[in-house]
Design a protein around this ligand. Structure first.
Ligand code: DHK
Length: 151
């Protein structure tokens, strides 16, 4: 059976395409999902792509990930900067995590410079827009190794 990567998206990312396009681009989350699915397919990886505006739902998905997926790619949206609970859930899941942000958060407001996700991430892809997601799929693939960390 193919490995699966879980890709989680936090609040307001369902609004991509119309949300502040100068910052976040014009591609929708469905476009990004399609690109990740295609990249995963080329690598032999199944992509489980989800979005929620709710912190609790995101945490439930993280808790149910071990044993089911080989790793997690996460753009936690604003929860990146606020959620100790998501940090704790990712730490407990003990899976390889790649943190993604569309925008370069370090070139923006100071409150976006701190991430509760980064200390539990193996790597971070920041500022490359939608392309960052497919970069993260490739990075996670290289981290877990083809066929090595099967879930
Ligand atoms: C997305 C958000 O929704 C913001 O709250 C983060 C991130 C940045 C992004 O760039 O993808 O600060």
């Amino acid at each position: 059976m193919a490995q699966t990567f879980l890709i989680l998206n936090g609040p307001n990312l369902n609004m991509l395409g119309t949300r502040e396009p100068a910052l976040y681009g014009v591609e929708t989350l469905a476009d990004i999902e399609a690109a990740c699915t295609a990249r995963g397919k080329a690598l032999g990886i199944a992509i489980d792509f989800r979005q929620s505006n709710g912190e609790g739902e995101l945490i439930d998905w993280i808790q149910s990930a071990p044993g089911r997926v080989a790793g997690i790619i996460i753009n936690a949206g604003a929860y990146t900067h606020t959620s100790v609970a998501m940090h704790d859930a990712l730490r407990a899941a003990a899976l390889p995590v790649i943190e993604v942000h569309l925008s370069n958060v370090y070139a923006r407001e100071a409150f976006r410079h701190h991430s509760y996700i980064s200390p539990v991430a193996r790597g971070i892809v920041v500022g490359f827009g939608p392309q960052g997601y497919t970069m993260a799929v490739e990075a996670l693939y290289n981290l877990v190794g083809a066929g090595q960390a099967r879930a």
